[in-house]
Write a protein that binds this ligand. Sequence first.
Ligand code: HEM
Length: 468
Amino acid sequence: MVNIFDQWLVGNAGDLRLLSAIGIIVHWWILQYTIGLLTMVFIVELVGRRKNDEQLLKMAKSMSKIVAVNFAIGAATGSMSEFGLVIFWPNLLRIVGKFFFVPLYLEIFAFLAEVVFVYMYHYTWDRVDPKLHLTIGFFAALGSIISALMIVSVNALMNYPIGLHPTYNPYGNGAWTAPYFTLIDQNGNTVKYVPDGNNPVPPANLDQLLESTVSYYGIWGLLFSWPAIVSFLHAVGAAITVTSFTLLGIYAYRYLTPRNDEEKEYYMKGIRFQSLFALIIISIQGFIFGHMSGTDVAHYTPEKLAAMEGTTNQFFTFGKIIPTEPLIAFLSYGSFKAKIMNYDTIPEGFRPPIIIHYLYNIKIGTALLLGVDAVILVLYFYILKKQLPTWFIKLQVLTPFAANLVATFGWMVREIGRKPFTVYGLMTSEQAATTQPVSWILIALVIIYVVSLGAITLILDYKIGKRK
Ligand code: HEM
C-alpha cells in the first residue's frame, strides 16, 4: 500500500521542506494583509473622499494603522524566508542566481519604496492635501504589488521553467509520457532535454544549455512569461480576497458586540461595503484567475493535475463520489473527450504527493462556499434591501478563517504538487538542499518563534482596531 504522505514530509529533504513551509506560510499570512490592506485602504479612501463620507475615511484611517504594524512584522518574516532560501537550498540559488537574479534584485527596490510610502502614508493623514495623500497611498500599494510580482515570477520559474513542453497528449489513453524541455544551445539551435523519470539528474551540459536559453528569451521574457503573469494575478487576487473576507468577519464581530448605536451603524456599513467587494474579487479570482491557474497546471505540469484530480485506483478520491473528470478535462483542455493523465502510470521520480488531491478539493469547496456567502449578502443588502438574520451575521465571523484556509491550501497545492522537484524537471529537492542534517530541536524552536510572532501581530492588530 502506498503511503499518502509518500514524498511529502518523508524523505526528499522532508525536514528542510517542513522548515521552509513554516517560514513561507507564516510570511504569507502576514504579507497577504499588507498587499490586501494597502489596496483596500486606497480604494476606501478614494471612495470616502469622492463621496465626502466621514465613516469611510475613518475606516481607511484605522486600516492604515494596521498596515503599519503588519508591514514591520512582514519584513521580519520575509527576512526569515529569504535567509531560509539561501541557507537550506544553496543549489537552488545556483540556478536562480545564475540565470534569474534580476527579479530578486529588483524586489529590494520595490521593498524600499514600500517602506518609504507605507509609513509616509500613515504619518501624513490629515497633514497634507488629500490628493497628495491618495497619491502616496497609490505608490505604497503599487510598491507591494511590484514586490509580489518579482517574488512570484521567481516562484513561477521554479514551477514552470522557460522552454518546458510536456509531451503529454490529452487525446490519447491518459498514460504518462516523459516531458521534455526545448532548450536553445549556444548556436541558437533547439535541443530537446528529456529528464529521466526514475533518476531525474540533469545532464552535465545543462548549465550551458540553460544559459543560452535564458539569454535567448531575455530577462523580460522570463519576468513576464505567461505562467508568471497568471501566478502573479492569482496570488495578488488571493491577498485581496483574504483581506476582504477578514474585514467582513471583523466588522461582523464588532457589529454583534457594539458599545453604542453609532458603532453599530458604522460596522454595518463596513459589512455592506466588504460584502460587495468580496463578491467582486472572489468572482474574478475563481472564474478568471483560478481558471487560468488550472489551465497552466494542465498544460505545463500534467502530473500535478493528475494528483490534484486524484486519477488513481490506489486511494480513495472525491472523483469516486462525484465524477468530475470530464468537466475538469473540458475546463483544462477545452474538450469533454480530453483525458487527465492517469496518476498510476506516472513513474516514482515524477509522482507528486497525492495529498494535494484532498487539499485542492477542500480549497475549491471552501472557495465555493465563500462565493455563495457573498452572493447571499449582496442579494440581501443591495437587491432585496432587507436586514440580514442575526445568525447569518454570526456566520460571517468564520469567513476570515475560511478565506485563509483557501489561500494556504492553494500554496500547499502549488508547492507540494511540484515535488519531487524544486525546479520542475531540472532539480529535485534533494539536489537543491544543503547536506547538513536538521535537528528536531531547531524545528521546535522555529515553531515557537513563529507562533509567538503571530500572537504578537494578532494582539497588536486587535488593540489598534479596538481603539476608537
Ligand atoms: C474556485 C475558484 C478557484 C480555482 C479554480 C483555483 C485554482 C487554483 C489552482 C489550480 C492553483 C494551483 C496553481 C499552481 O499550482 O500553479 C491555485 C493556487 C492558489 N490559489 Fe486558487 N483557485 C480558486 C480560488 C481561490 C481563492 C478564492 C483564493 C484566495 C482566497 C485562492 C488562493 C490561491 C493561492 C494563494 C494559491 C497559490 C498561489 C498561486 O498559485 O497563485 N484561490 N488555485
